[in-house]
Design a protein around this ligand. Structure first.
Ligand code: 5GP
Length: 193
């Protein structure tokens, strides 16, 4: 079992509706030393890949991506979920259905920060049905950039996202893959990696 799987067993809470709550170390309070270890692991798994930028999505991806970026020495761009007066100029946009909030967001990245010369490592906290990732991939494609790889903290392997993204041919590295979890018995079982 790796460090993230151990932490999930120690501090994760299985909720009804296929939701794993990890707000004590990942989604609300953040254990940046854990994020640092995650960065170290992604650096190993994506060794030899040319990466010029990390792309994530607000809000929970930002903290992880920022610490992971220290291991790649590249800037982090995060897709915004709300239009704001600070977003000027031309933008890439994609529609993303939220697994946790059950609504549809338009995600936005300024054209200033992603272009055809970029090799992008996408980082996010969770992978469920893959909607967030598909939105981010669309944005990279609109920029004419290349998806160099995808790093996820926790993949819920019993939902469809992982299979869809791997079938599209991307190198998807999930540090923990939950094979099954049960809110009644409070158990989590991981896929052997
Ligand atoms: P997807 O787009 O792959 O269906 O869902 C991914 C997004 O939904 C992640 O960015 C994450 O914020 C949220 N998410 C999905 N499943 C869970 C879960 O079990 N627990 C938490 N905390 N967030 C989740």
């Amino acid at each position: 079992m790796n460090f993230l799987e151990e932490r999930i067993l120690k501090d994760g809470v299985v909720k009804e509706g296929n939701v794993l709550k990890v707000d004590s170390f990942l989604n609300h309070q953040m254990d940046v030393e854990l994020f640092d270890k995650m960065g170290e692991e992604y650096a190993k798994r994506f060794a030899g890949k040319k990466i010029t930028k990390i792309l994530t999505i607000e809000a929970s991806g930002i903290g992880i991506a920022a610490i992971v970026a220290l291991h790649f020495h590249v800037p982090v761009v995060f897709a915004k979920k709300t239009q704001s007066i600070n977003l000027d100029g031309e933008m890439y946009t994609a529609e993303v259905e939220s697994f946790t909030h059950k609504n549809v967001n338009t995600i936005i990245v300024s054209k200033k920060f992603l272009g055809p010369d970029d090799h992008v490592l996408i980082i996010d906290d969770f992978l469920a049905n893959g909607c967030a990732l598909q939105g981010l991939i669309q944005i990279v494609k609109q920029a004419g950039a290349e998806v160099a790889g995808i790093g996820i903290a926790i993949e819920k392997g019993f939902q469809s996202g992982g299979r869809i993204i791997r079938n599209l041919g991307y190198q998807l590295e999930s540090l923990a893959i939950v094979e099954e979890m049960d809110a009644a018995t409070k158990t989590v079982r991981f896929r052997e990696q």
